[in-house]
Design a protein around this ligand. Structure first.
Ligand SMILES: NC(=O)c1ccc[n+]([C@@H]2O[C@H](COP(=O)([O-])OP(=O)(O)OC[C@H]3O[C@@H](n4cnc5c(N)ncnc54)[C@H](O)[C@@H]3O)[C@@H](O)[C@H]2O)c1
Length: 283
């Protein structure tokens, strides 16, 4: 997500520092950005000359301190883990100028809680991009309990300035996008677990019948089954309602290391170019 966010800001002429604690991840991110730019050029959505412009606007770094000096906005996209996010929010709060807005791309963690790790809760906000970032038009803008109106307005304007459509929500578990999407995915996994239909049938019904561009099980693989499980746990704990209990099959697949596209195996087998359906591996 971090590479997609950097790509998008750079495409709209903002100079970006792409910070990661892992140099290999930085190399992989730059490779991914280059591939995605080439894809955009091949599709005719951007001119060839944009390649150098976008890449020229991105400075990869592992030195957060010097990168942070002149930043007006930080968009955090570290893994969906509260301890990691807490450490990163404390760090960026310490090194950024006091007027810098600290946004999080979290899918589900409370913005109010992230703000509590800083001395600037009025300048902490959710800026939830969708995957793949350069293509998806939405930014879900989540105001925490202490986020100021000025911060929300800045992020709304900033989202428009990078070609996105901002939509504002309050800070409750899963916000809007994942509060609605994840229970649907979880229910699809329950239907699979109960043998109501197979993977292909479930996805086909939702694609052909509901005009979804991809079925819920394919989408779960694409998002990452660990991410899906984590969001269901946040909804379950946050609302204290059993209707959000993660499906046991989802839990089992995560324990088995079947995390979807990123581990090449999930509901689908991503090692083959055709994404052959792997009903057999989950039983
Ligand atoms: N994957 C999705 O479809 C999606 C969609 C919307 C939002 N999100 C959210 O975006 C965030 C990132 O998700 P992702 O799928 O890109 O995760 P990821 O694991 O692919 O990438 C996280 C990156 O953070 C780096 N990192 C880890 N610890 C760090 C630290 N302490 N300091 C600096 N960098 C560190 C890792 O090296 C890695 O490159 C999560 O909060 C997730 O919920 C994900």
């Amino acid at each position: 997500m971090g590479s997609g966010i950097a790509h998008t800001f750079a495409q709209y002429h903002f100079p970006v520092f792409l910070y990661d604690s892992n140099t290999q991840a930085l190399d992989a991110a730059l490779q991914k950005i280059t591939t995605n730019i080439e894809r955009q050029i091949a599709k005719g959505s951007i001119p060839l000359s944009d390649k150098q412009t976008i890449l020229g606007n991105i400075t990869p770094t592992t030195d957060i301190k010097s990168a942070a000096k002149n930043c007006v906005l930080v968009v955090e996209a570290v893994p969906e883990n509260i301890e990691i996010k807490q450490n990163v929010f404390k760090l960026i709060d310490a090194v950024c100028p006091e007027e810098t807005i600290l946004a999080s791309n979290t899918s589900s963690i409370s913005i109010t809680q992230l703000a509590s790790f800083t001395d600037r809760p009025d300048k902490v906000i959710g800026m939830h991009f969708m995957n793949p970032v350069p293509i998806m038009p939405l930014v879900e803008v989540i105001s925490g309990m202490l986020t100021s109106k000025a911060t929300t307005e800045s992020i709304v304007e900033m989202s428009k300035a990078i070609g996105k459509t901002p939509v504002c929500t309050a800070d409750f578990p899963g916000f809007i996008s994942n509060r609605i999407l994840m229970p649907m995915i979880n229910e699809a996994i329950y239907a699979l677990q109960e043998g109501v239909a197979g993977i292909a049938e479930i996805d086909q019904i939702m694609k052909l019948g509901m005009a979804h561009p991809m079925g819920p099980l394919q989408l779960a693989d694409y998002i990452g089954l660990d991410v899906c499980l984590h969001i269901m746990e946040v909804l379950h704990t946050g609302f204290g309602n059993s209707k959000y209990a993660p499906c046991p099959l989802l839990v089992k697949m995560v324990h088995a290391g079947f995390l979807g596209q990123k581990t090449k195996k999930g509901f689908y087998d991503w090692t083959t170019p055709k994404n052959l359906i792997a009903n057999d591996i989950i039983r």
